[in-house]
Design a protein. Structure first.
Length: 742
C-alpha cells in the first residue's frame, strides 16, 4: 500500500458498529500489515457499543499474516462503500477493477424532505400486518418471523423465530384474532418490537439456503434523516413492495429484485445499494442476505409504532426500474440545434494518416493470411513514431501503443527492429512506441477495453493498434448484433483516450478479387461498415515475365551497389566510364563485365549477393490496397510489393495492369487457358519430334522429311507447317532444320 495515503484519515468514514466480526478483524489486520500501531485500531473500535478494553491488543498479537494478506486496499474500499471519495476523484486501478457508471441521479443537496404521516389513533395494526403479508407473499409461502429476543451487552437481539406456517394460514388467523397479534405470532417485548423475514422459506429453517424465492431485498439506513430517506426512495422510483417505519430512526424499504437465483440476487442487491449510496442513502450493508429480518408492521417498539407507510410505490418491477436507471444515466450527450453552431463549427480532428484517417477514429486492415498484415501494422507504428510515410501516406508524429495479442515477446520486439532496418529509418523516436505483450493473456474485448483505458489514459497516445482482433472477439463473428457490441468497445477506447484505434482482420474463404473491398472481411458486414477507414489488401498474381523483370532489377541493384562502394573493389576499374546507362539496366551485361574485370574474391562476393537477391524476388508477393473511407475521398488503388519484412510501393507501375484472379473476365480466362494448353502441346510435340529425329539421322547427320512424317504418323505437309521454312523456322529447331532433307 502506498503510505502517502494515511489510512487513519479514512477510518472515520467506517462505522465499527456497522461492521460484522470479520470486517472488524480485517481492519485490524490491514492496519498491522501497513505498519500502523494497535492504538489506531483500538481507538477506532471504541466507537462500537460492543467494544471491550484490551480485546484489540489480544487479537493484534495473533495477526501473523497469511498467503492472501489483508492490505490497506480493504480499508480504502470500505471507506468508499461508506461514501468517501478521493480528493482528486481518481486513482490507479488494479487489473480486476472495473469502470462503472456513476449512477448519481439526484442532487443530494437539493432533495427536499418528504413528511411521513403517522397513522395516529386510526391505526389498525392487524390490518397493517395482513396488508404486508398479502403484498409480499403467496398464500402457500412459508413465512419466517421472530417475536422472542435475548440481550447481549445491553442490546436486544432476535432469536431464530418460527417458519412453520404459510402466509394464508397467518392471514386467516389474524382475521379472527380480534386485534390480538400476539395470539397469532406469539407475545413480544413491547420495548423491543418484533421482526419478519421478507422472502419466503421452505419451512425447514431460516438461513439463506432455506429461501425458496429471491423476491425482495431490504434497504435500510440509520444515518439518513427519516423524511429525507422517504423522499430519496420515492425520487429514485425504487420498486418498493412495502415501506415500513421501524419505530426508531429508519425506514425499511422492501424492494422487488425478483432474482432467479442466489448469485443473481447478490448482483442485484449490490447494484441496488450502489444506486442508493450514490444518491444519498447510506445503506446498512449488513442487510444483504435474502433471509434477513426486517421490522414487522403492526407492532409497538419502545412506545413507537412499527407501521406500514405505503405499498407498491415506484416502478412496477426490477427490470422496469433498472432500465429507467440506465436510461437516465446513459451518459449520452444532449440534443443540439444546428443553428446554434452553424457559425462556429467545432474543429475537425487532425489527420493521423493524411487522406485516410483522423485521430480518435477507427481503421480496419483486412486481408488474407500471409499478406504481412502484422508487419504492415508494425510499419504503421514506426511511421507514426517517426512521422514518416506509410503506404505512400504521410503520418502525424506522436505516441503509439501496439497491443500484441499473437506473437511471443522476443519475436515482436525483433520485428520492430527488422522493420526499422529494412526501411533504413533511424530510430530517433522509438520512445514514442509502447508495446503491450498479451500473448496467452488476452481476454475478450469487453473486458480488455477498460483495462486498456486505465493503462493508457495518461500516456497521450494518438493511436492504439490491436493485432489481431480474432484473439479478443466476443461472440459469433457472423452475428450482426454481437459484432456491433464488439465494435462498440473500440468506440469506448477512442472516446476515452481520444486516440485512433487500428486493428486487422482476416478475409473470408475463397477468391476475393470479384468482391467489393468492404465485403471481403470474414464474418458480419459490421466489420466493414463500422470503422471510419477500411484498408483492404488483395494479392496480385505475378507473371513469369514480371518476376524475370524484377529479378533483373534486383540483380542490377546488387551489382551496382557493390561497384558503387569504393571499399569493396580489390582492383581499380572505372566502370562508370566503361558501362553505358543501358548496360547498367541489364543484369547479364553487368555480370559479363564483372567477370572480365574483377578478381575472383569480388566475383564471389557479387555472386553471393546475386543468389540472395534472386531468392528474395522468388519469395516476394504483390498486393493491391483499396480503401473505403468515411472522412476522405476514395483514393486510387495502391500497388505494393511485400518483401519480407516490409511493404514498399510499386513506383514504376509494374503491377498496375495485373488483375486479381477473380477479376479477370471469362473470355480472358479462356484465352489464357488456351495459351497454356497450346504451350503444353508444343512442348509435347517438340519432345516427340526430337525422339523421332534422333532415331532417323543418317551418317551425314541428315533426316528425310518423309521418314520423319511416317515415324510421327503425320503427313509431310504437317511436318513442314510445324517446322516452318527458312527464316520462319522455330528458333529451337534452327539447327535441326538445316539437317532435314526433303
Amino acid at each position: 500500500m502506498d503510505n502517502q495515503m494515511d489510512l487513519r484519515e479514512l477510518l472515520p468514514y467506517i462505522n465499527p458498529a456497522a461492521c460484522d466480526y470479520q470486517k472488524w478483524i480485517d481492519v485490524g489486520m490491514a492496519l498491522k500489515l501497513e505498519g500502523y500501531s494497535v492504538n489506531v485500531w483500538d481507538e477506532w473500535s471504541r466507537n462500537d457499543h460492543r467494544y471491550h478494553p484490551g480485546e484489540c491488543f489480544k487479537k493484534w498479537n495473533t495477526f501473523h499474516g497469511n498467503s492472501i494478506p489483508v492490505t490497506g486496499a480493504t480499508i480504502v474500499q470500505m471507506a468508499k462503500d461508506a461514501g468517501w471519495t478521493p480528493a482528486d476523484y481518481g486513482h490507479e486501478l488494479d487489473w480486476n477493477d472495473s469502470i462503472s457508471r456513476d449512477y448519481e441521479i439526484l442532487d443530494k443537496d437539493w432533495v427536499e424532505a418528504r413528511e411521513i404521516h403517522d397513522p395516529g389513533d386510526q391505526w389498525n395494526p392487524v390490518s397493517d400486518l395482513i396488508r404486508y403479508l398479502e403484498t409480499l407473499f403467496d398464500s402457500t409461502d412459508n413465512v419466517g418471523y421472530v417475536t422472542e429476543s435475548w440481550e447481549k451487552d445491553g442490546k436486544h437481539l432476535p432469536s431464530k423465530g418460527n417458519w412453520d406456517r404459510t402466509a394464508g394460514q397467518l392471514i386467516q388467523e389474524l382475521s379472527k384474532c380480534n386485534g390480538d397479534i400476539g395470539s397469532v405470532f406469539g407475545d413480544y417485548n413491547p420495548d423491543v418490537g418484533a421482526w419478519i423475514r421478507f422472502n419466503p422459506l421452505d419451512g425447514k429453517g431460516c438461513k439463506n439456503d432455506n429461501v425458496t424465492d429471491f423476491r425482495y431485498a431490504l434497504v435500510e439506513s440509520d444515518e439518513t434523516d427519516l423524511e429525507k430517506q422517504n423522499a430519496i426512495i420515492r425520487e429514485l422510483e425504487l420498486p418498493v413492495a412495502c415501506l415500513v417505519h421501524s419505530g426508531k430512526k429508519s425506514i425499511h424499504a422492501i424492494v422487488k429484485v425478483e432474482a432467479p437465483n442466489y448469485e443473481e440476487y447478490r448482483k442485484r442487491v449490490d447494484y441496488l445499494y450502489n444506486v442508493c449510496k450514490r444518491n444519498g442513502i447510506k445503506v446498512d450493508t449488513q442487510n444483504k442476505n435474502p433471509s434477513r429480518l426486517s421490522r414487522m408492521p403492526g407492532i409497538m417498539r419502545a412506545g413507537k409504532k412499527q407501521y406500514l407507510i405505503d405499498t407498491n410505490i415506484g416502478k412496477a418491477s426490477w427490470d422496469e426500474w433498472k432500465e429507467w436507471i440506465e436510461d437516465i444515466n446513459d451518459d449520452l450527450p444532449d440534443l443540439e440545434g444546428l443553428s446554434s453552431v452553424w457559425d462556429d463549427l467545432p474543429e475537425l480532428a487532425p489527420p493521423l494518416i493524411h487522406g485516410v484517417l483522423r485521430q480518435g477514429h477507427k481503421m480496419l486492415i483486412a486481408g488474407p493470411s500471409k499478406a504481412g498484415k502484422s508487419f504492415l501494422l508494425i510499419e504503421l507504428c514506426c511511421a507514426i513514431a517517426e512521422g514518416h510515410k506509410w503506404a505512400g501516406f504521410q503520418c502525424a508524429q506522436g505516441k503509439v501503443l501496439y497491443v500484441n495479442l499473437e506473437l511471443d515477446r522476443a519475436s515482436c520486439l525483433h520485428r520492430f527492429k527488422d522493420v526499422y532496418k529494412a526501411h533504413h529509418w533511424n530510430p530517433e523516436n522509438i520512445k514514442n512506441i509502447d508495446i503491450w505483450n498479451l500473448r496467452g493473456r488476452s481476454v475478450p474485448m469487453d473486458k480488455l477495453a477498460p483495462k486498456l483505458i486505465r493503462r493508457a489514459e495518461k500516456q497521450h497516445y494518438i493511436a492504439i493498434v490491436l493485432d489481431p482482433i480474432y484473439k479478443v472477439i466476443t461472440g459469433d463473428e457472423n452475428s450482426a448484433d454481437q459484432m456491433a457490441n464488439f465494435c462498440n468497445q473500440f468506440d469506448k477506447v477512442c472516446t476515452e483516450l481520444n486516440a485512433a484505434v487500428i486493428y486487422c482482420h482476416h478475409h473470408s474463404k475463397g477468391a476475393q478479387g470479384g468482391k467489393k473491398s468492404m465485403d471481403r472481411a470474414s464474418g458480419s458486414g459490421v466489420f466493414a461498415r463500422d470503422p471510419d477507414a477500411l484498408i483492404d489488401l488483395i494479392e496480385l498474381e505475378t507473371t513469369e515475365a514480371l518476376l524475370k523483370q524484377e529479378e533483373n532489377k534486383a540483380v542490377c541493384n546488387v551489382i551496382l551497389g557493390y561497384l558503387g562502394s569504393d571499399k569493396n573493389l580489390t582492383v581499380s576499374w572505372d566502370w562508370k566510364e566503361e558501362l553505358s546507362q543501358d548496360d547498367c539496366l541489364n543484369a547479364n551485361t553487368l555480370q559479363e563485365a564483372c567477370k572480365k574485370r574483377l578478381k575472383a574474391v569480388d566475383q564471389f562476393n557479387i555472386d553471393s549477393l546475386i543468389t540472395e537477391a534472386r531468392k528474395r524476388v522468388e519469395a516476394r508477393t504483390a498486393w493491391r490496397i483499396e480503401g473505403t473511407l468515411r472522412e476522405f475521398p476514395k483514393f486510387p488503388p495502391i500497388d505494393l510489393w511485400f518483401d519480407y519484412p516490409v511493404h514498399y510501393m510499386d513506383d514504376v507501375g509494374s503491377l498496375k495492369d495485373i488483375n486479381p484472379e477473380s477479376e479477370k473476365s471469362s473470355v480472358q480466362k479462356m484465352i489464357e487457358a488456351n495459351k497454356e494448353r497450346s504451350k503444353n502441346r508444343n512442348v509435347e510435340t517438340f519432345n516427340k519430334f526430337m525422339v523421332a529425329f534422333d532415331g532417323l539421322v543418317d551418317e551425314d547427320g541428315k533426316v528425310l522429311m518423309q521418314d520423319l512424317a511416317d515415324q510421327m504418323e503425320v503427313d509431310v505437309k504437317t511436318i513442314g507447317a510445324w517446322l516452318g521454312t527458312g527464316k520462319k523456322a522455330r528458333k529451337d529447331l534452327k539447327k535441326v532444320f538445316e539437317k532435314i532433307r526433303k
